[in-house]
Design a protein around this ligand. Sequence first.
Ligand code: GTP
Ligand code: MG
Length: 141
Amino acid sequence: MAVETTFSIIKPNAMKKNAIGAIINKFESNGLKIAAAKLVQLERSKAEEFYAEHKERPFFGELVDFMTSAPVMLMALEGENAIAKNREIMGATNPAEAAEGTIRKEFGDNVGENAVHGSDSAASAERELALFFEKREICNH
Ligand code: GTP
Ligand code: MG
């Protein structure tokens, strides 16, 4: 295993639940460290670029509407095997199918409003981190 850095977003529905602390606690208690963080309300063009791989999907407009509807928290998470570990801590895309104790089980409302995003591969992590953070903004531990 190697130390990796992955990209995470706390989505608008979880932000509205005042769940930043609870979600970060899940990351930290599972060995991931916060290497960068910022609160922003995403521009529509940026959200569309971020989700470009889904632009032909029927839910694309709804997804972009949701992600730009309120502030989000963008983070770089660092740790051993961070990409897969973060996906495990998040749980299944659909909160109804997410395991007990996962973020999406506790804070997800439905498949769209599912509380968090996490990069799904090393290539995605690199692309997504570069979209939102300068290299110098990521403070590796
Ligand atoms: P992310 O970490 O957010 O990328 O989730 P994922 O990798 O588990 O799922 P995927 O990349 O397949 O889908 C990206 C996002 O699109 C999901 O997290 C959902 O927010 C959204 N999404 C997926 N399916 C649906 C759907 O049927 N309806 C709506 N409204 N949104 C969906
Ligand atoms: Mg995905």
